[in-house]
Design a protein around this ligand. Structure first.
Ligand SMILES: O=c1ccn([C@H]2C[C@H](O)[C@@H](COP(=O)(O)OP(=O)(O)OP(=O)(O)O)O2)c(=O)[nH]1
Ligand SMILES: [Mg+2]
Length: 180
């Protein structure tokens, strides 16, 4: 037997915007629409209004996720993915879209579905400070410590360990280890 859906109060900020909706039974995200048309050149971003605000119950949050089809077809992502909508937020939900395609512009028309909203229960924790944390199998092994990542090509086209993403250079974990 399926649980009754959680009731979430929603207010239309734009009178004509269709409310967020799940497209299929079992979908985790309800699609959000932009109330403003917008064109983004390569690398450009914009903060788009969705025309709705919500009052989530205490203990819940909503997360603004990208739509995979837009990402795969047009290179559209969300700068802050996933955006976090706090239970206490009553303002209009906004979507920070970015066109990651290096060549093509992308255009959104009014009421296009640009993102999806996933509502989840969230824990509020009490941070209890300690001098030592309990041991674990992973311990302090961080980014890439389990290996298996592809080599990154350098500017000359040769495979190099380490690389750079968006100007942020990172060193290879493998060579870090070898140097120890
Ligand atoms: O994609 C998003 C992310 C956030 N918000 C709204 C709801 C959220 O409750 C509020 C604040 O978001 P966040 O805490 O991520 O931003 P901040 O930069 O930390 O702002 P603040 O200092 O107001 O917390 O902005 C959106 O409308 N869309
Ligand atoms: Mg914040």
């Amino acid at each position: 037997m399926s649980r009754a859906p959680l009731n979430v109060l929603i207010r239309r900020v734009h009178p004509d915007v269709p409310l967020p909706a799940y497209e299929h039974p079992g979908d985790a995200g309800a699609d959000l629409r932009t109330t403003e048309a917008c064109e983004l050149g390569p690398g450009e971003r914009a903060v788009l209004p969705t025309g709705v605000s919500v009052a989530l119950p205490e203990g819940y949050a909503a997360f603004v996720h990208p739509r995979s089809g837009l990402a795969a077809r047009c290179g559209v992502g969300l700068v802050n993915a996933p955006g976090t909508v706090d239970a206490g937020y009553r303002g209009e939900i906004k979507v920070i879209v970015v066109n990651l395609d290096p060549r093509e512009s992308v255009r959104f028309e009014r009421f296009d579905r640009i993102a999806q909203l996933v509502v989840q229960q969230v824990e509020r924790v009490r941070f209890q400070e300690v001098a030592e944390l309990p041991e674990s199998a992973r311990a302090a092994g961080g980014f890439g410590s389990t290996g298996g990542h592809a080599a990154v090509g350098d500017a000359s086209g040769q495979a190099a360990l380490g690389g750079s993403v968006g100007g942020y250079r990172y060193a290879s974990v493998v060579s870090d280890r070898e140097g120890q």
